[in-house]
Design a protein around this ligand. Structure first.
Ligand code: FAD
Ligand code: PHE
Length: 522
C-alpha cells in the first residue's frame, strides 16, 4: 500500500509543487490548514494609554474561576486595578484538584475530607487539554509544566453489561474495523457502489479497506491487531494469537463500536496534556501573576448595581457585609447563579441568564496502595469505557511504576451523576466498587487506601458541571454585550463549553471589549 509520503511525492513529481500543495491542503496538511489559529488576540498594554490622556480603570471581577482570574491577569497587563471577588475558600472554581487534607461540604451539609497520600491527587473537574486550546498557551506563558494525558489507550478495556468479560480496546476495535472493511469491500466488489465510484475509485477504496481492516483476500479473519494470548518471545516463539474473532453478529451485539468515534473528536484526539502535579497549577499560576492580594476569597457577591458613573458590588465576607465600587465589572459566575444575584441590569438579563440548562457530573478518586492496573494488566493511563453507570474509568497519566495511584472510578454525567450524587459519600464508594468489580474483579476491592467523590451539582457556588448554550437566541446575544458597565464572561459564553479554553477565550473577549471602550471613551 502507498504511504502518505509516497503519495505526496508522486503528486509532487507529476504535478509540481503547486499541485502537491493543493493536494495537501485538501487533506488538511498545509501549514495554515494544519494549525487553524484561534482568532488573534492582543492583550491590553500600558503603551496603549501613552499620549491618549486616558488611564487604566478600576475593575471588579465576580468569580475567581479560570475566566475571572484570566480577566484580572489580562487587564493587569495594562495596569488596570482589578479586584476578584471569589465566594469559595480557594480560587479556581471548577478547576479543582483534590489532595490529602482537602475538605468539601456539599449543599446537603455532608462533609468529606480527602486522605490521599503525598503526591496523589484527583482532578475533580478539568483533567485534559487539547493541543489547540489556549489553555496550553497560558501554561506556557505562566510557566506551568505540562505532560501527556493519555486519553485513549489500546490496552485499556471496554465492558458493556452482558459481556462475559471485558475486552481490550484494541481487540474490539480490530474486530469492528475488520468486519466493516470486509462488508464494504464486498459491497464495492458486488457493484453496490457503482453509481458513486469509478473503476479506479473502487480499486483504491478496496486497497484502503484491506489495510484499514487488516483483511486477507477481502476477508476479515483476525490478526495480531486483536492481541495475543501469549506475547511473541525468543527464538522460535511466535507467541499465541488471541483466537479467531467472534462472529460479525456477536461483534455488533457487543455495542463496543460506539466508543471508537471519541478519539476522533477535535477536542478529544491524542495527544492531550495535563499540568504536572494537578490541574489547579493553572489558577495558582494566574493568582500568582495577578497578586494574591487582588483575589478576595470567601467573598460572596450579593448585589450588583450599575450606574452611569460606575458599578457598586455588595458582598458578604466572614459574616460581614461589604461593598466595592469600580469603573467596570466583569461577572463570571455560572449563569444560573448570576441569575439569582439581585441587580439593576434589567429583567431581560435575568431571563437570559436563567435560560442556560445545567448538567450534573460526578467523579470518584480511588487511591490504591499498588498500581495493579499497570503491574497486572499492563494498562498505563487511558480510559476503560463501559455502559455501566460508571461511564468511564480512568487510569492515572502520572507516576507510572510508582507505589500508589488514583484511579477515577467513575466519571459520569446526567442521570447517573444525579443518582450517585444523591448518595452519601460511603454509599457512592460502595456503588462504585460494586460496579467496578464487574470489570476488574475482586481485586478492585483490594489495596484500596482511600477515596473522594465529587458531585458538581451539589458543590456550593457552582451547582453544576457545565451548561448548555442557547446559541442563536436573543438572550445569549444580549449577554455577549455589556449590561451598562457590567460585562459577562465564562465558558458558558463560548463555543467551547465544558472546557477552560472556552472560559479563557470568553475572558479575552470581555477584556478586549472593555479595553476598547476605555480607549474610545471621552
Ligand atoms: P467557574 O469555574 O464556574 O467559575 C465561577 C466562579 O464563580 C467560581 O469560582 C465560583 O465559586 C464563583 N462564584 C459563584 N457564585 C459566587 C458569588 N455569589 N460570589 C462570588 N463568587 C461566586 N475543562 C478543560 O479544559 N478540560 C477538561 O478536561 C475539563 N473537564 C471537566 C470535567 C468536569 C467534571 C467539569 C465540572 C468541568 C470540566 N472542564 C474541563 C470545564 C472547566 O472546568 C470549565 O470550563 C472552567 O473551569 C470554567 O471556568 P469559569 O471561570 O468560566 O467558571
Ligand atoms: N471537557 C470535559 C471533559 O473533557 C467535558 C466533555 C466531555 C466535553 C466530552 C466534550 C466531550 O471531560
Amino acid at each position: 500500500m502507498t504511504t502518505r509520503r509516497e503519495f505526496l511525492r508522486a503528486v509532487g513529481v507529476s504535478g509540481g509543487a503547486g499541485a502537491m500543495f493543493a493536494t495537501m491542503g485538501a487533506l488538511g496538511l498545509a501549514p495554515d490548514a494544519a494549525h487553524a489559529a484561534t482568532p488573534k488576540y492582543h492583550a491590553p498594554s500600558p503603551g496603549d494609554f501613552t499620549l491618549t490622556g486616558r488611564s487604566a480603570k478600576k475593575v471588579v471581577i465576580l468569580g475567581g474561576g479560570v475566566a475571572g482570574l484570566a480577566t484580572a491577569y489580562e487587564l493587569g497587563k495594562a495596569g488596570y486595578d482589578c479586584t476578584v471577588l471569589e465566594a469559595r475558600a480557594v480560587a479556581g472554581g471548577r478547576n479543582r484538584t483534590i489532595r490529602g487534607g482537602d475538605t468539601e461540604t456539599d449543599l446537603d451539609g455532608r462533609t468529606q475530607r480527602a486522605t490521599f497520600s503525598d503526591g496523589q491527587y484527583l482532578n475533580a473537574g478539568p483533567a485534559r487539554l487539547a493541543q489547540w486550546m489556549v489553555t496550553l498557551d497560558y501554561c506556557r506563558e505562566l510557566g506551568v509544566p505540562v505532560e501527556v494525558f493519555t486519553n485513549s489507550n489500546a490496552d485499556a478495556l471496554i465492558y458493556n453489561a452482558g459481556m462475559s468479560a471485558p475486552v481490550r480496546y484494541r481487540t474490539a476495535k480490530a474486530d469492528f474495523y475488520g468486519y466493516v472493511a470486509e462488508l464494504l469491500t464486498k459491497a464495492t466488489n458486488q457493484g453496490a457502489l457503482d453509481t458513486a465510484l469509478t473503476a479506479d475509485d473502487k480499486a483504491r477504496l478496496v486497497s484502503f479497506l484491506s489495510g484499514f481492516g487488516a483483511l486477507t483476500g477481502g476477508v476479515y479473519q483476525g490478526t495480531s491487531r486483536r492481541g495475543y494470548a501469549s506475547d511473541p518471545g525468543a527464538g522460535n516463539d511466535a507467541g499465541t494469537l488471541l483466537g479467531a474473532p467472534p462472529a460479525l453478529s456477536d461483534v455488533l451485539a457487543s455495542g463496543a463500536g460506539r466508543y471508537f468515534s471519541f478519539e476522533l473528536g477535535y477536542d478529544q484526539a491524542m495527544l492531550m496534556f495535563q499540568p504536572v502535579g494537578g490541574m489547579d497549577a493553572i489558577p495558582r499560576a494566574l493568582t500568582g501573576a495577578i497578586g494574591a492580594r487582588r483575589v478576595v476569597l470567601g467573598a460572596a457577591v450579593t448585589s450588583v448595581t450599575s450606574s452611569e458613573r460606575g458599578v457598586t458590588v455588595r458582598y458578604t465576607r466572614a459574616g460581614r457585609a461589604a461593598e466595592i465600587k469600580a469603573d467596570f465589572c466583569v461577572a463570571t459566575l455560572p449563569p444560573h447563579l448570576m441569575a439569582r444575584v439581585p441587580h439593576n441590569l434589567g429583567p431581560d438579563v435575568t431571563a437570559a441568564l436563567g435560560a442556560f440548562g445545567v448538567t450534573a457530573s460526578g467523579k470518584i478518586g480511588l487511591e490504591y496502595r499498588t498500581r495493579w492496573w499497570e503491574n497486572e494488566l499492563g494498562i498505563y493511563g487511558g480510559i476503560t469505557e463501559t455502559d455501566l453507570d460508571l461511564a468511564h474509568v480512568w487510569y492515572p497519566s502520572y507516576g507510572y511504576h510508582g507505589r500508589r495511584g488514583v484511579i477515577v472510578g467513575y466519571y459520569n454525567t446526567g442521570a447517573s451523576a444525579v443518582s450517585y450524587g444523591a448518595l452519601t459519600h460511603p454509599e457512592r464508594l460502595e456503588r462504585a466498587l460494586t460496579q467496578g468489580a464487574k470489570i476488574h474483579g475482586p481485586r478492585y476491592r483490594q489495596d484500596l487506601a482511600s477515596s473522594f467523590s465529587i458531585a458538581w451539582q451539589k458543590v456550593p457556588y457552582l451547582e453544576g458541571a457545565w451548561t448548555g448554550a442557547p446559541y442563536g437566541t436573543a438572550g445569549y446575544d444580549l449577554l455577549l454585550q455589556p449590561a451598562g458597565r457590567v460585562y459577562f464572561a465564562g465558558d458558558w459564553l463560548s463555543h467551547a463549553i465544558a472546557w477552560q479554553h472556552g472560559a479563557l477565550v470568553s475572558a479575552r473577549a470581555a477584556v478586549t471589549a472593555l479595553h476598547s471602550r476605555v480607549m474610545t471613551s471621552s
